[in-house]
Design a protein around this ligand. Structure first.
Ligand SMILES: [Zn+2]
Length: 344
């Protein structure tokens, strides 16, 4: 996969005009480099879109970056997180402590944060090891994949639904539910300025991770949701004119609809390649076997265990979509679960 990474060291806080600013916040030790946190002007104090990773360096970059722009983190009126992942929601709790602001996220991600908060650590370990066994990972590999347990982000004070206007006096900022990367991912449409804050849904060069956890779930289809959400964003541009994308990583870019169509095409090709791969197999395959045969940005054997776990989640999401389209059959009565192409 082509990448045109831009290092964090080259990033600066920016005044984007029209009462919108961006602050790059580092993600220590992560090749993604940084999260772009956006601030939107409001008479009650700036509203933040995402907050960044929970780390002292990230906090310094956020509070210092806002100060460079003439904004004070203690006056923030609210934080809307595009989704619950730690590079977006991680610092929201600390911003709330500093400013007594509210935190908002989509109700479906809020439900996940509640679940993460309530789940005991031992239950999470059982959940992970069962999931890996049913996917066909051998026990020693499963132990390596089960690395660090995610720390849940702060519980939100407000929950958003599709079409809700965010509490931002004098401006029109609307939540657009774009499930796929997470069930409750939202983009935020600044309707008075033809700008769309895209979170991780539409990024200019890379594509977000779309996986199923546990891998063998058949009651959800996040990749189909994601593809529908790409169409949704393209339709938005069709109805209100070209939209500039303000993503949470990489860089700002024009014409979000064109990029959404490109990402959709990328996944349709990947689905087609996977269907062809399965059609060439004599035996049904486990999710783990499928993941090991798919093309990743590094050979399977060189992927660190945690990334193999994510690759399996992505393989599972593609298998589930092919199943929903009637192109793949699941052998559900066996452990590990297996998949086979259907002749069409
Ligand atoms: Zn992200």
């Amino acid at each position: 996969m082509k990448t045109r990474r831009r290092p964090y060291a080259e990033q600066r806080p920016q005044d984007l005009g029209g009462g919108v600013w961006s602050v790059p916040v580092p993600i220590p030790g992560n090749p993604l480099g940084y999260t772009l946190v956006y601030a939107v002007e409001s008479p009650r104090g700036p509203l933040l879109i995402d907050a960044g990773w929970n780390h002292p360096d990230a906090w310094d970059a956020l509070s210092g970056g806002l100060a460079v722009l003439g904004l004070d983190v203690t006056t923030v009126s609210g934080v809307v997180v595009t989704h619950f992942h730690p590079d977006h929601a991680g610092l929201a709790g600390q911003v709330r402590e500093a400013s007594a602001c509210w935190i908002a996220m989509h109700e479906d991600d809020a439900a996940l944060v509640r679940l993460m908060t309530e789940y005991a650590a031992s239950e999470q370990d059982d959940f992970q090891s069962d999931m890996l066994r049913r996917a066909g990972a051998d026990p020693s590999e499963a132990r390596q994949v089960m690395g660090t347990r995610p720390v849940p982000p702060a519980m939100p004070d407000r929950e958003l639904r599709d079409g809700d206007l965010v509490d931002l006096p004098g401006r029109e900022l609307r939540a657009v539910h774009t499930p796929g990367h997470t069930p409750g991912h939202i983009c935020l449409h600044l309707e008075d300025a033809d700008r769309l804050f895209t979170g991780d849904h539409v990024l200019p060069d890379i594509t977000p991770h779309v996986g199923i956890y546990p891998y063998d779930r058949d009651d959800v289809d996040p990749l189909s949701d994601f593809l529908d959400s790409l169409d949704r964003v393209a339709d938005l541009s069709a109805s209100c004119g070209p939209l500039d994308a303000l993503p949470a990583h990489e860089w700002i870019f024009p014409d979000v609809a064109a990029r959404a169509a490109e990402i959709r095409h990328h996944h349709e090709e990947k689905l087609e390649r996977l269907r062809d791969l399965l059609a060439r197999q004599a035996q049904p395959l486990t999710i783990w076997e499928v993941a090991a045969m798919m093309t990743w940005n590094r050979p399977w054997g060189e992927l660190p265990p945690a990334l193999r776990g994510m690759a399996a989640g992505e393989a599972a999401a593609h298998l589930r979509t092919l199943e929903a389209r009637g192109q793949v059959r699941r052998h559900a009565g066996v452990d590990p679960v297996r998949f086979q192409a259907l002749n069409s």
